[in-house]
Design a protein around this ligand. Structure first.
Ligand code: AQP
Length: 339
């Protein structure tokens, strides 16, 4: 089934489950910003309903995180003039469609989700039903806009495959061509930024070790210190990408440098190959500060105007509902709900 009849529309979101990390910025937000100037309508979302699936947050913390994330989006270059910017809970059709998708998705599909297995760990009996159902809500977030493209980091690939499966099953079961088969957009030099303390783990806002990540709000000294202390190996950097084989920490730092400087890995290695980490790390820290400091100072300026952030989100929700309400209504009609 082709999605050519659908308006080219981008949807993506980030959880306000903590502060924004460099992983979120390089894996997702940078691409969100560039897609605004391509031939798409763009909708970007603080997925606050997702943020309570792993654990219930302190209400004040969730409230703060949501505004801070909105500030991070805007400070990174997402313009409320070009994109619809929302927090998920202000657009109720996301959760309403998620219920339908809970009835479309199969237990077997959901049980195969690696993010659930990773987050639940040995505790699967004790985690919330919401954590298990998370990917069905994510599918609803996307499909309630009939989004055709979703920019994400590499870790979300499996959830996007599930979104495609849900859309196909709905279309097949009801004999319609109603939901698009969404395309993932996983691009750039750093689609999976790894922890600075353990190159086998993803950089994550909920990692208990703050030293494992760069937060978008970290100050200059903190960024430099975290990079200086980042785990590496004793060898010099190679001059070609093949030399990074089996060196996960080295690869991670090079990928971060490439993404921040908008070069390929080969271009970076042509410049820094042969250097020891003692020489390379200060270069990386300088680049990270140059790129991130303007964003964090703009975030601080925006956070001093919370009413303006709330106004932007309320306005975004009203615009969003012009898209989502008719799609939900049509979904209910297809299913046979009396209205
Ligand atoms: N380390 C990463 N590298 C590249 N991309 C990443 N993303 C997250 N971490 C990395 C991308 O950021 C978007 C939003 O992710 P999210 O916050 O909704 O959920 P997540 O993937 O579970 O991110 P975290 O930081 O690990 O959050 P917690 O700790 O709360 O679970 C997605 O596009 C994701 O791919």
């Amino acid at each position: 089934m082709s999605d050519t009849s659908f308006t080219p529309r981008v949807f993506s979101g980030i959880q306000p489950s903590g502060g924004l990390t460099l992983g979120n910025y390089l894996g997702a937000i940078k691409r969100f910003v560039s897609m605004q100037d391509e031939a798409y309508e763009t909708v970007y979302c603080m997925v606050d309903l997702h943020a309570i699936t792993a654990k219930l947050l302190d209400p004040k913390e969730l409230h703060y995180n949501t505004r801070e994330l909105a500030a991070g989006f805007i400070a990174s270059g997402i313009s409320p003039e070009k994109s619809i910017l929302i927090n998920q809970s202000q657009v109720p059709e996301h959760a309403q469609l998620a219920w339908i998708f809970n009835c479309i998705a199969r237990m077997g599909w959901m049980s195969r989700m690696t993010q659930f297995k990773d987050k639940a760990g040995k505790n699967a009996e004790k985690v919330s039903l919401g954590l298990f159902a998370y990917p069905a809500l994510m599918a609803a977030d996307i499909l309630i806009y009939h989004a055709t493209h979703v920019p994400v980091g590499d870790d979300q690939k499996q959830h996007l495959e599930l979104t495609r499966d849900i859309a196909s099953k709905f279309n097949h079961d009801y004999g319609v061509d109603f939901f698009p088969i969404t395309e993932p957009v996983i691009e750039g030099a750093a689609t999976r930024v790894m922890s600075l303390r353990d190159g086998s783990k993803k950089m994550s806002k909920s990692d208990p070790s703050d030293a494992s990540r760069i937060n978008m709000t970290d100050d200059v000294d903190t960024i430099a210190k975290k990079i200086r202390k980042a785990k590496t190996d004793p060898d010099a950097l190679p001059s070609e990408a093949a030399g990074l084989e089996g060196r996960v920490e080295a690869r991670n730092l090079i990928n971060i440098y490439a993404a921040l400087s908008e070069q390929s890995v080969d271009q970076v290695l042509a410049e820094v190959g042969g250097q020891q980490f003692g020489t390379f790390k200060p270069l990386l820290a300088e680049l990270a500060v140059e790129k991130l400091a303007p964003i964090s100072s703009e975030m601080a300026r925006l956070m001093a105007q919370p009413d303006e952030i709330d106004r932007i989100l309320a306005c975004g929700a009203a615009q969003a509902r012009e898209i989502t309400a008719p799609i939900l209504k049509k979904t209910y009609d297809i299913i046979g709900m009396v209205s």
